[in-house]
Design a protein around this ligand. Sequence first.
Ligand code: ME8
Length: 660
Amino acid sequence: MALKTLIRKARANQMNSRFYVTTPIYYVNAEPHLGHAYSTVVADVQNRFHRLIGDETFFLTGTDEHGDKIVQAAHKQGLSPKEYTDKISQKFAETWPLLNIHPDRFIRTTDPQHIKTVQMVLQKVYDQGDIEFREYEGLYCFGCERFLIERELVDGKCPDHKVEPTKLKEKNYFFLMSKYQQWLIDHIKANPDFITPERYKNEVLSFLKEPLDDLCISRPVTRLTWGVPLPFDENFVTYVWFDALINYLTGLDYPDGENFSKFWPAANHVIAKDILKPHGIYWPTMLRAIGIEPYKALHVHGYWKIKEEKMSKSLGNIIRPQWLVENFGADATRYCLMREMSFGLDASFSHQSFVTRINADLANDLGNLLSRSTTMLHKFRQGLVPDEKGIKGPQDDLRNYFANLIPKWQELMTDFQMHNALQEVWKALNMANKVIDTTAPWQLAKDESQSDLLDDVMYCLMESLRLSAVLISPVLPDAAEKIIRSMGFEPETEFSPQGLKWGRLGNGTKVEKLPPLFPRIGPSKKDAKDAQKAQKKSKKDKVKDMAEKEGSKDEFITIDDFQKVHLRVAEIVKAEKHPNADRLLKLTVKAPEERTIVAGIAEHFSPDLLVGKKVVIVANLKPVKLRGVTSQGMLLVAKDESGLHLLEVSSDTEPGAKVS
Ligand code: ME8
């Protein structure tokens, strides 16, 4: 263990000048959800952590926009693939800043630069004889966008998408991946940190025990045009893996860009286990064929689940990042994501577990320590941090604890053990809270002879807060910045290697009092119930689903029946959360007179994004009170497996116009 640590430290010292982190590029066949948010927060946290320890960093995310699935999704919305990909890609790009995620580059596989890079790489690999034209018959999963082999199936179905794969027989181009199988096995064995956590390395090695099939990389244009044309055969396009994986190179301006030579040797990919095979097998063999060094490390996490099912757009059980941010704020959401999932293992999402976590860790442990310490500093020392006195006492525990914590935290963060790193910091916060209880500064303040001890206790408390703020800054950047600024420091100088040392306060550092950083969330019981209801499909929804599935059994109505329903165009002028229910939004609409409509769409739409939209309402529905608010009408939405969609009309339609 000691040797392993030494080797790792030596390697970290050598390598710690640069860090390149990527997320998967997400398919644009649905909008972002908590699963995407998790990978992207992990990358952002790692990026901030490496900047903090002095590395030069580059952070890439983006969207994957070619392929059958995207064309199908576009058609469903009546849009061209280009219009559709522009729209959804923008939704991803707009979501990340809400969570305080700031990539250096947002890449799209439809970017002309990327298409050029893919074609250049294909030509090179083709010219050297690593791509061949063949006929192939196999089981294709449209969800995974790849051929599956028999032993991957569970009950004859794709385990991720729960559908039977389709038998396909086609002439296509194949990348001769099997040529590089033995090289890959040797590389993984020689580099134990190449794929982590270890279970995923073992999974890849066990896959590699069987002979590898070659990789189908093309589609005939007769069946699909939404891909990158093969430079050596205009009748075919490439898409999915030979297109998508290369984004990690385009993102650094491969082959000639300065970023490529600087950052490629420090490439760290973050993914979930669903795309382990493409990243653990296809990608390194592709890199080998292209003649590029393998990436440095692949970091694989588990699934966020809801009631034992993977959260996914195809299962329709998703939680939107916007909803999390509106309910908890960006910092608390990031904290819960990092703290509630052990990197590598699956985790279950529940509203209640997030609320409990926020109230216990952020409002109580961190919030109380901050408010108690600064209040006492103001009461007993006019808000000025006294010099450290180094006196023996319970406060020594803090000095000693931090001396060990900093290297340990750094090692845990380097190893993507964010949940454990946070846990170690929280031990320090709890210890500091205990130091307040055991030293009772309010008693010391009454006794002049204890003045030095009181100085030392106050010093240790404030310095523990400052250092903790630095240590949590990758995960809780806003809160950390507020704490640091309240002590008169700038985040630029403090979130840096010099900020990581004990002993920067003193000489009368002035500390401002802060309002509570994380107000308690409550009353939790009712909120939790509402949220649980929101997660569960209501009975009514289930009936509706069945009606949708059995579309052919729609009952006929006459034109007279239909004319009883008055449909009108309404402009949403205000949208806010319902005061008493998480699932509901309270909308003020003009149709043309102003009225209130309560709609059960809070999980699907962020209120900000609704304002200004022109939608269709049922105008003559009898008003009803929904959780204390009278609703005068009903908003129409369309529902499919990717969620709810507004029925919008063109923006030049007058509010109040009849829909017939
Ligand atoms: O696979 N739990 O895109 P994708 C945790 N375009 N993470 C989850 C998750 C869940 N329930 N659901 C999704 C693709 N993710 C390809 C990738 S890369 C060159 C091409 C996250 O939109 C996780 O990072 O299906 C997972 O690997 C990724 O989203 C899959 O995103």
